[in-house]
Design a protein around this ligand. Structure first.
Ligand code: MN
Length: 309
């Protein structure tokens, strides 16, 4: 047998992230009512919509604020709440009531439909909010909520990685994942190479401190074909990644679906107070759904249009 590929893909070893990498800039988005906190949204990007099944990434803080996100619905996705500072109280329509603290994971699987609220006292908050798109065979599953108070760690020279979702370097998170994924908070102190799955694409976001090749704000994209990434300095980095997601999805407001009609039906159900249960204990009204756009929502794949220059 011979390798019949005309241009066999090069497996890149542990190069540092750097100027050659595609960057997904963060957009400032106000979140949550009159005293809105500003979040930096790097996913979905104008060009790159997904990294693996990760379809949404907001980073916020460190900032003195009071988070208050009234009850709102989700479909077809999982929400991943990860904090570096502060505490957020989650309530959902399954009756879950769970405080999440730094180093812990709140994972909500929306499946066919759930609603939840998130709030904090006035305090310094620093964290990330991510969504993972569910594949077709799991997107209508019953909704579920998991809290993981402790997560496994991968240690190597110069880094300690807490594995939040999926696996990294053979260390597996206990959290339910429905596609091949990785998600980790990596504390860098010194220099070392973090192993990557060459079949995955990855994103790196600097959370604090200074790590070579990364600047604060944008998400650095690493295409498939890397067996590792070299990280050096002192700081914390969020690593996300996964097998390229092969399905086209429609993402609008808090819903992930597959067609305009499906999203319009989700919106209508929420507006009529059906299908998403009730969040008990939140002091205030649920979030009203925005109006649908005048144009039809189109299913989109991993990328849209041309890559940025
Ligand atoms: Mn939410």
């Amino acid at each position: 047998m011979s390798n019949l590929e005309r241009e066999p893909e090069e497996i890149r070893c542990g190069a540092e992230p750097g100027p050659g990498d595609e960057l997904l800039p963060g957009r400032a988005v106000p979140l949550g009512g009159p005293r809105a906190m500003a979040v930096s949204r790097t996913l979905p990007g104008a060009h790159r919509r997904l990294i693996g099944a990760w379809c949404f990434l907001d980073a916020y803080g460190p900032e003195l604020t009071a988070m208050r996100v009234p009850p709102h619905p989700h479909t077809g996705l999982q929400t991943v709440t990860w904090l570096l500072a502060g505490e957020v109280l989650h309530r959902d329509s399954l009756g879950s009531r769970q405080q999440v603290r730094p180093g812990q994971l709140n994972l909500m699987t929306a499946g066919r439909g759930i609603s939840h609220s998130e709030e904090s006292a006035e305090e310094v908050l620093h964290g990330v909010q991510l969504w993972v798109a569910l594949p077709a065979e799991h997107r209508h599953d019953a909704p579920a909520f998991e809290h993981h108070a402790a997560l496994p760690v991968l240690e190597g020279p110069g880094y300690t990685a807490t594995v939040i979702m999926g696996s990294l370097g053979g260390v597996l998170s206990p959290a339910t994942a429905r596609t091949p994924l990785t998600g980790a908070e990596i504390a860098v102190d010194g220099a070392g190479e973090v192993p990557l799955d060459p079949g995955f694409e990855h994103g790196l976001l600097l959370l604090d401190g200074q790590v070579g090749g990364l600047e604060r704000g944008p998400l650095a994209y690493l295409p498939p074909g890397r067996s590792g990434v070299r990280l050096s300095g002192r700081g914390r980095v969020l690593l996300i990644g996964g097998a390229p997601f092969g399905e086209e999805i429609v993402m609008w407001w808090n819903f992930v679906g597959r067609s305009h009609e499906e999203i319009a039906a989700f919106r209508k159900e929420w507006a009529q107070g059906e299908g998403f249960g009730t969040v008990e204990g939140f002091d205030g009204d649920p979030l009203p759904a925005p109006a649908l756009p005048a144009v039809r929502l189109k299913p989109r794949g991993r990328v849209r249009g041309r890559p940025p220059q």
